[in-house]
Design a protein around this ligand. Structure first.
Ligand SMILES: [Zn+2]
Length: 166
């Protein structure tokens, strides 16, 4: 059975006792930027309920132009004021580097991506880089940012000191 069929069946179950009616603005006025990693169920691991937070995910949980776009909408249109970054241990982006990744794609498809994969070696350092990029953005009204790294072996988050090593 294709995965999508299992997912559509699961949704039937989900919708059976569904309570709608939540406002579009997140109740806890927070936006989470996180890696797409399949081992991070962000709502339970951060104690969030449906309707509490925006969750913006991409490979690595890195701050890209599109991350800024989403955060700007989150803050200006939907009222969020805090940003929580969640990187993690054993990330897929630590398994390659930008040049090797571009080579891999080019060899397989003939097309070399014009965008960097944004690989990194040190998750804490990449969280600090993300915080720096957010602080530099002229579009955000709130720069109340907490950067974290999730340990996929223990389930624990640790907070990254944004100014360590600076
Ligand atoms: Zn990851």
């Amino acid at each position: 059975m294709p995965e999508y069929e299992r997912m559509l069946a699961a949704n039937e179950e989900w919708a059976r006792d569904f309570q709608g009616g939540l406002p579009v603005a997140p109740a806890r006025k927070v936006a989470v930027v996180a890696c797409m990693d399949s081992r991070m169920p962000l709502f339970p691991l951060l104690g969030l309920a449906v309707g509490d937070a925006h969750v913006i995910r991409n490979a690595g949980g890195v701050v890209t132009e599109d991350t800024i776009r989403s955060l700007t909408i989150s803050q200006h249109v939907l009222g969020t004021r805090e940003i929580v970054l969640v990187h993690h241990t054993d990330c897929g982006l630590q398994k390659t580097d930008d040049a090797s990744f571009a080579d891999l794609v080019e060899q397989a498809t003939g097309a070399r991506p014009p965008w960097p994969a944004r690989t990194f070696t040190d998750a804490d350092e990449d969280v600090r880089e993300s915080i720096r990029l957010l602080r530099e953005s002229p579009y955000l009204v709130s720069k109340d940012i907490c950067g974290t790294v999730y340990d996929v072996e223990t389930g624990r988050l640790h907070r990254v000191d944004p100014d360590a090593g600076a």
